[in-house]
Ligand binder design. Structure first.
Ligand code: PBG
Length: 343
């Protein structure tokens, strides 16, 4: 009788000690970026129905979240603004007293060491909810929008933002923003480009959070077709050429192949955005007892890191950091921040 095959992969899965030793991907709270929604007012904290655990807050309340981000030692925060007034061209986006600008100033004053990134886009600020200004026939005017995005990015940089993250998907915005920032004395401010951003149903809950649902049509004339991968690499190459410092793929979970391809192709720092729908699906299923929410959270994050993301924008940032911290204090686990192996 033939001897059994000598290779037995189960040998390295027998105990948590072995599994931990051979684990290929580890998560660290420094990888997590936490998105926050800020608006005007005082003492304001309103839950977002479709995103349990996520809030719109005023700046004073936002400072409490910034404190949590510091305490959890996460990588940073990403700010989205909900303005008091919207108009055709989204002029609140560069208002020197707009919510994001005020928030950046307050957070940087209170926590100078905390990485503060701002979303640069028009959709929260335009009355029609599109990510740019419109032409007479209702199309989004690419080059006219670039001028407005530059004003917005400069307002954020002036307030002290550590990094700007344009999410509008206009062509040539990276080159245009780079030039505008450089001309205004912000050559040191990096641009994290939403390089491959897909027109995704997974953004549904975010549009309630950011109050940015388009009043007509959809975003398919500027965001990418979910069926396309080669096109993502064209988007990415162009952004690299134009001076992007960090690239982003968005959403994350359904686009792990794109994350892996961009990583392979560029070797640049890569971020992936685990978007609102990805978060809310896990939350909703866990609330019903259909999945173990904590394990699904950690598994979804480690999968994104395994695919090649260096940074992960996630609404789970604080909760996931807490899980990692807890694992650090388990006496029998000697090393820090391993990913969850067993239940
Ligand atoms: C705005 C923007 C969106 C998201 C981030 N920036 C929404 C959209 O493009 O419709 C989605 C984030 C999320 O779903 O968590 N341009």
């Amino acid at each position: 009788m033939a001897r059994p095959h000598p290779v037995r992969l189960r040998r390295l899965r027998r105990t948590e000690a072995i599994r931990r030793a051979v684990r290929e991907t580890r998560l660290d709270p420094a990888q997590f970026i936490w998105p926050l929604f800020v608006r005007s007012g005082e003492g304001f904290r309103q839950p977002i129905g479709s995103m349990p655990g996520v809030y719109q807050t005023s700046v004073d309340e936002l400072l409490k979240d910034a404190q949590r981000a510091v305490d959890a030692k996460i990588g940073g925060i990403l700010l989205f603004g909900i303005p008091d007034t919207k108009d055709d061209i989204g002029s609140s986006a560069w208002d020197p007293h707009g919510p994001v600008v005020e928030a950046v100033r307050a957070v940087k004053r209170a926590f100078p060491q905390l990485l503060v990134i701002t979303d640069v886009c028009m959709c929260e600020y335009t009355s029609h909810g599109h990510c740019g200004v419109l032409t007479a026939d209702g199309d989004v005017d690419n080059d006219a929008t670039l001028l407005l995005l530059a004003k917005e990015a400069i307002a954020h940089a002036e307030a002290g933002a550590d990094m700007v993250a344009p999410s509008d998907m206009m062509d040539h915005r990276i080159g245009h923003l780079r030039e505008a920032l450089d001309d205004e004395g912000y050559a040191h401010v990096p641009i994290m480009s939403y390089a491959a951003k897909y027109a995704s149903a997974f953004y549904g809950p975010f549009r309630e959070a950011a109050e940015s649902t388009p009043t007509f049509g959809d975003r398919r004339s500027y965001q990418m077709d979910p069926a396309n991968a080669r096109e993502a690499l064209r988007e990415v190459r162009l952004d690299v050429e134009e001076g992007a410092d960090i690239l982003m793929v968005k959403p994350a979970g359904a686009y792990l192949d794109i994350i892996a391809a961009v990583k392979r192709e560029t070797g640049l720092p890569l971020c992936a955005y685990q978007v609102s729908g990805e978060y809310s699906m896990i939350k909703a299923a866990a609330e019903r007892g259909w999945i173990d929410g904590e394990r699904a959270m950690m598994e979804s994050l480690v999968a994104i890191a395994r695919a090649g993301a260096d940074l992960i924008i996630t609404y789970f940032a604080i909760d996931a950091a807490a899980v990692l911290a807890r694992r650090c204090t388990i006496p029998e686990s000697a090393t820090c921040c391993t990913i969850p192996g067993t239940t």
